[in-house]
Design a binder for this molecule. Structure first.
Ligand code: SAM
Length: 390
């Protein structure tokens, strides 16, 4: 019982957004089996908290129990009625017995609320050739295919050599947006492009392919500061035949704009908190997108946002630069709208562009010029585009 009380307390910390789900659980114990169990229960509880709370209320209205900790009842209920839990039958104690007394109703309510229904998982693949398995074309991005994860893994288990090929790239829809949106806005077919933070190269590879397909001549400079990540970038550029890309192992902030006088277009996808990609997604799936930075991340996010602003600022020294696309896989306003608005305020010769009018998810405060991908759609993501005023 003590174990469940501890998990119930951790659940409360997650609901209070004291930190991320992962760090709260990892900090709580070094016992791997406890960590795994707590993680499974809490992530499920967060995903369906409101429905589970209602179920507990309903059971309590039928038979009173002197337990006011709803989280404890939720946690125990999730563990006892988890179809995968083979030990549930043996679970004793007053609360477990109480819940088991109502097992018919609880099972029915869990089923009605689809608590244990497995969600179908999909992955996105940017296909350079027809895929050898069933897929669905994305409604926005050409050559991006949505694939049922089971179909994909079944195919891979029989055809492991598929992984070595260079005819497809697994890339989330979010990550495929910036290069696609940039392409839609390129007017000048003769332009050098700079990808300021390139490794591991997903967006550079996409840019390289688009440039070739659309006869955009000019070089693509792919900048990466980190040596190891630079090696990965170089290998991937080779693998995917990106001969129009010149990779450079530099710190972008030390690059002298006068050495690259023909750069007209920039993609800036800087290091960020990655909060759109973490388990926070589970918490946020049921809430809105304008989430607050947890206390233990505030300092890090402030530093990241200063770094991101500095990178944007450095781009303004490239005299021929006309277009910047800025993206992060963060869901925090501090790294997204704040950085973008700050840039516009400090650099009056630049304006934002309404870059993807048909996309339904706009920036915080319904800013039409910025777009977001909410975590429930794909990885949480932000994109803004800036154009130098004529
Ligand atoms: C978010 S990742 C980029 C992901 C990449 N755009 C893609 O789609 O695959 C950020 C990258 O920027 C690199 N980076 C951070 N600061 C940098 C700087 N000052 N100059 C160049 N690269 C930097 C990091 O090492 C990291 O590889």
């Amino acid at each position: 019982m003590q174990k469940y009380s501890q998990i119930a307390a951790l659940l409360q910390q997650c609901l209070d957004r004291k930190s991320t789900l992962k760090s709260i659980i990892l900090k709580s114990s070094s016992n791997q089996s406890f960590v795994r169990q707590a993680y499974a229960i809490i992530s499920k509880a967060i995903q369906h908290y409101e429905q589970l709370y209602q179920i507990v209320e309903e059971i309590k209205s039928i038979q009173y129990i002197d337990i006011f900790d709803y989280n404890l009842l939720i946690v125990l209920m999730l563990d006892i009625f988890n179809p995968q839990n083979k030990k549930a039958k043996k679970m004793g104690g007053v609360v477990a017995r109480y819940l088991k007394t109502h097992k018919v109703l609880i099972k029915q309510l869990l089923e009605q609320n689809k608590i244990y229904e497995q969600e179908k998982k999909y992955i996105y693949i940017r296909a350079l050739q027809q895929l050898p398995f069933e897929s669905e074309n994305d409604e926005h991005i050409p050559n991006l295919c949505k694939v049922d994860y089971d179909i994909y893994s079944q195919y891979l288990s029989k055809n492991p050599e598929f992984l070595k090929g260079n005819t497809y790239i697994v890339q989330s829809k979010s990550s495929a947006l910036p290069a696609y949106l940039l392409l839609r806005n390129i007017k000048n077919k003769i332009a050098d492009i700079i990808d300021c933070c390139a490794a591991p190269g997903n967006k550079t590879i996409q840019l390289s392919h688009y440039a070739k397909q659309n006869n955009i001549t000019g070089k693509i400079y792919a900048i990466e500061r980190d040596e190891k990540r630079f090696e990965i970038l170089k290998n991937r550029l080779n693998k995917y035949n990106c001969e129009n890309v010149q990779p450079l192992n530099f710190d972008f902030l030390t690059i002298k704009p006068r050495d690259y006088p023909n750069i007209k277009i920039a993609l800036l996808d800087p290091s960020c908190s990655g909060s759109g990609m973490l388990q926070l997604r589970m918490i946020e799936a049921s809430k809105d997108d304008s989430i607050e930075v947890p206390d233990d991340k505030k300092e890090q996010v402030t530093q990241l946002s200063q770094f991101q602003s500095k990178m944007l600022h450095h781009l303004t020294f490239f005299k021929q630069l006309k277009l910047i696309i800025y993206s992060t896989c963060s869901i925090y306003k501090e790294e997204n709208e704040d950085v973008a608005n700050n840039f516009l305020q400090l650099h009056q010769q630049w304006e934002s562009v309404n870059l993807f009018p048909e996309w339904p998810y706009r920036g915080i405060d319904n800013n039409q010029h910025f777009i977001r991908v909410p975590p429930k759609e794909s990885d949480g993501f932000f994109v803004a585009m800036f154009k130098r005023k004529q």
